[in-house]
Design a protein around this ligand. Structure first.
Ligand SMILES: Nc1ncnc2c1ncn2[C@@H]1O[C@H](COP(=O)(O)OP(=O)(O)OP(=O)(O)O)[C@@H](O)[C@H]1O
Ligand SMILES: [Mg+2]
Length: 319
């Protein structure tokens, strides 16, 4: 085991029940065999289209979703059974930020109670220490003490997300899973929240798993990126691997879908997008098995792996 947290062959299958007897008739293979390794102080991206299984991975790692099979190693120990216990050492060290803080906060709780919850669950601070810690946390995300007595609905979306960040870092976790943390925000507010997250990382050396459906957003945040399709990884690599040398057609499809801001490039961008879409439609079998399953990842370099049937095959239509 090399990483701080290692995920091995993780599977989460949801049963589908139907009929009069409500029997399990099939499964949704939401996550179907993924490996991930987290080192300290790094940011990992998890990108894929809606329904590909991103949130399910996140929830399984923080223990909010039951895993069907696979292991989670923390400091070399298999904690997959402990991950769902509320107060384990592992649970303290892995926290989550949700896309919509409004629905993840209890609307009847003031911010003082929102922030106190993890502190009381996992530490033994005196009321004074607790209050000092909360003010410090608000300060970290650019808010002041008077926020403590307010309710979630009294904040803007960006402010609420910052409180979500403060709550997640309250007990100094090692890993924070950020599930689309800025997707609901305006561009300028997105940048602001991301900056707070970066600053917190520099100060506390926390790692992030940053979940997004948009490769454009994760580009500036992430050291390593996993591309996900139908519960499996199609490609894994560092920033250069994914953005400069994408090998899987699905990765190229996501790249071609990044909105183009420069109007001079729009025509070229559109042409490229149509070209990639055509390759994608016509060459499914090259990249996906007969039943549409993503192949196992195979290493193409020290940092880069791709789910191709045969790694020596090259991309149709030029890279
Ligand atoms: N509780 C559940 N019971 C049954 N199926 C579920 C459940 N939760 C998720 N799914 C299914 O599992 C698959 C993966 O869902 P998931 O929420 O992980 O996707 P996602 O990549 O986060 O999508 P999005 O970008 O829309 O948030 C989807 O097909 C979804 O319908
Ligand atoms: Mg999701």
């Amino acid at each position: 085991m090399s990483g701080l947290i290692e995920i091995k062959d993780l599977k989460v299958h949801y049963p589908i029940r139907s009929g009069f007897l409500n029997r399990v008739t099939d499964y949704v293979y939401a996550v179907d065999g993924v490996d991930l390794s987290f080192e300290e102080g790094k940011t990992y991206g998890l990108v894929g289209e809606s329904g590909s299984g991103k949130s399910t991975i996140g929830k399984a790692i923080v223990g909010l979703e039951k895993i069907t099979s696979g292991e989670i190693y923390y400091n070399g120990k298999d904690v997959s059974k402990e991950a769902r216990k509320r107060r384990s050492d592992y649970r303290q060290n892995v926290q989550m930020i949700f896309q919509d803080a409004m629905s993840s906060f209890n609307p009847k709780k003031r911010i003082v109670d929102v922030l106190a919850e993890p502190i009381r669950n996992f530490t033994n601070m005196t009321p004074d220490e607790e209050r000092r810690r909360m003010i410090e946390l608000l300060d970290i995300v650019g808010l002041t003490e008077d926020a403590l007595t307010k309710y979630p609905h009294q904040f803007s979306g960006g402010q609420r997300q910052r409180i979500g960040v403060a709550r997640a870092v309250a007990i100094n976790p090692k890993l924070i899973i950020a599930d689309e943390p800025v997707s609901a925000l305006d561009l300028s507010v997105q940048a602001q929240v991301l900056n707070f997250m970066k600053r917190i990382q520099e100060e506390y050396n926390v790692s992030y798993l940053f979940i997004s459906h948009d490769l454009g957003v994760v580009k500036h945040m992430c050291d390593e990126i996993a591309i996900m399709y139908r519960g499996r990884f199609t490609e894994y690599g560092n920033k250069e691997d994914i953005y400069e040398d994408p090998q899987h057609i699905y990765t190229r499809r996501l790249l071609s879908a990044i909105p183009q801001i420069d109007p001079n490039n729009r025509d070229e961008h559109k042409k490229n997008r149509l070209r990639v879409e055509k390759i994608y439609q016509e060459n499914q079998s090259k990249y996906f098995s007969e039943n549409g399953r993503v192949y196992d990842l195979k290493a193409v370099s020290d940092t880069h792996s791709v789910a191709l049937k045969d790694v020596s095959s090259t991309l149709e239509g030029g890279a």
